[in-house]
Ligand binder design. Sequence first.
Ligand code: CMC
Length: 431
Amino acid sequence: MADSTKNATLIFDNKTVELPILAPSVGPEVIDIRKLYAQGDVFTYDPGFTSTASCESEITFIDGDKGELLHRGYPIDQLAEKSHFLEVCFLLLYGELPSSEQLEDFEDRVTHHTMLHEQMMNFFRGFRRDAHPMAVMTGVVGAMSAFYHDSTDVSDPWQREVASIRLIAKMPTIAAMAYKYSVGQPVVYPRNDLDYSSNFLRMCFAVPAEDYVVDPILSRAMDRIFTLHADHEQNASTSTVRLAGSSGANPFACIAAGIACLWGPAHGGANQACLEMLREIGTVDRIPEYIARAKDKNDPFRLMGFGHRVYKNFDPRATVMKKSADEVLDLMGIENNDTLKVAKELERIALEDPYFAEKKLYPNVDFYSGIILDAMGFPTSMFTPIFAVSRTVGWIAQWKEMIADPVQKIGRPRQLYTGPTKRDYVNVENR
Ligand code: CMC
């Protein structure tokens, strides 16, 4: 537990409550209000948790003003440049970068858990072909609880570890199968001689009728997308996973809850919504119309891929993603991509506009990721499932940390009740 060397004093209604101030390793200090209700008979009010730390964590740190994202202290741009997804998974899960032996062992364990129980294919077949892959993933991942009973006891560290490896390993297989099912092609089983990203691309794009050779450029780009989305501290889906896990629910159920939350357009669903918006805009001459709509208080339209609860400078993931989009399109020989042109011009115009500057709205990770995924051949409906594949490790690392935390309790917020006070029931004939 973080140390407390000083107190905050809260004085109200002739009461004085001393609240310890906890010191983080970096970032703002945190007032510990756990005893506030017992000592002061008051709650705090913070919808959306804009000022509330819901847990103590050692995994990821974001400095929203500086535009900095650190995993276990390592900056995301260095990890995206020099590391790769499975190494980042190890770092997030175990706290340190692996030695070469540790990495080999981890990669081996993940690789040998990529297959799904064959009977689970029945679940896929039960969905309509036009089901959104996120709906399929929520269902199938939840259903893993019904297949992998030997890793659902959350009180057993070994079972937690096996469930973690299973989820990281099987998520690409599930996402790829959801895609294959939606396009009416036979599923492609994983191959152990391929790395994580190449295997995913092959499971998505290979067909039995011809050989499929994974393009190393695409594999690297895929890996970078996975790496950039791997964790993001206490975002909505991660908080959902922690909350679900706080009741002792099994890991597969918790991750299914995280997938459901991620799907929303304000969160992971923004990558799909962003590319669809860029396509709808279509040409640069239509950008001012959309900028005007985004600024109009009476129009619910928002610039997708713009803004962030924590980043008030820039999203460091977006910087890497923008560079990647340029590289991938260039290496794939895609010139004059209209969507990329619209995206760059939209970004330029928005950043010069006082509305976006005053509200500190900058492109986020989802602004450029869709352009890369689109160039790779993924339909927009697969964008958020790919985010879910990447974020699984973050959810698991945070879930494991929560289970092992001695101060962990079931999550149970309070409320500011403004409904009717107690009143007597009135029979229907008297209403
Ligand atoms: N376009 C236009 N105006 C915006 C936008 C936007 N994209 N984002 C925020 N604003 C305005 C908003 O209307 C509000 O104005 P006012 O103060 O006049 O009421 C102000 O900026 C603050 O917005 P907020 O909704 O209170 O901020 P928030 O921290 O609750 O929301 C957000 C953050 C990411 C949900 C929001 O910026 C948004 O909806 N962005 C578009 C969706 C998106 O790209 N989401 C992906 C986030 S990054 C990846 C991930 O987390 O999964």
